[in-house]
Design a binder for this molecule. Structure first.
Ligand SMILES: [Zn+2]
Length: 113
């Protein structure tokens, strides 16, 4: 199962000389392009233009898989989406059709091929 992920690894970091620090964190507002949007009960709020969007975080997670080409843990997702807790990240990741590998703190979510 893990083997297929390795096979498909494009190694964008080597190709483009990227480091993990080059990845910008936070959900981008699709209306004004600023970040980060803040998770609220009814969606994601842009502090700049006050636009609210329910799905912009999914694009951010998509970007993660595209750029990083590796699995994401709830902890990483928490940081990446600028969430208050790991549990919040876990609940969001559970909404996506991802492949789940490992248990508890080591649980890693992979994009399904
Ligand atoms: Zn905005």
């Amino acid at each position: 199962m893990l083997h297929s992920h390795e096979d498909l690894h494009l190694d964008l970091f080597k190709t483009y000389d990227l480091t993990h620090d080059d990845i910008h964190v936070g959900v981008i507002c699709k209306d004004c392009g600023s970040r980060p949007m803040v998770k609220k009960r009814n969606g994601w709020l842009c502090p700049d233009c006050t636009s609210i969007d329910k799905n912009s975080w999914k694009l951010a997670v998509d970007d993660w898989f595209y750029i990083m080409n590796e699995g994401i843990t709830a902890k990483t997702c928490q940081h990446f989406l600028q969430l208050d807790s790991r549990h919040q990240a876990k609940r969001l990741l559970a909404q996506l059709p991802l492949e789940i590998v490992g248990e508890n703190i080591k649980t890693t979510y992979f994009r399904k091929e």
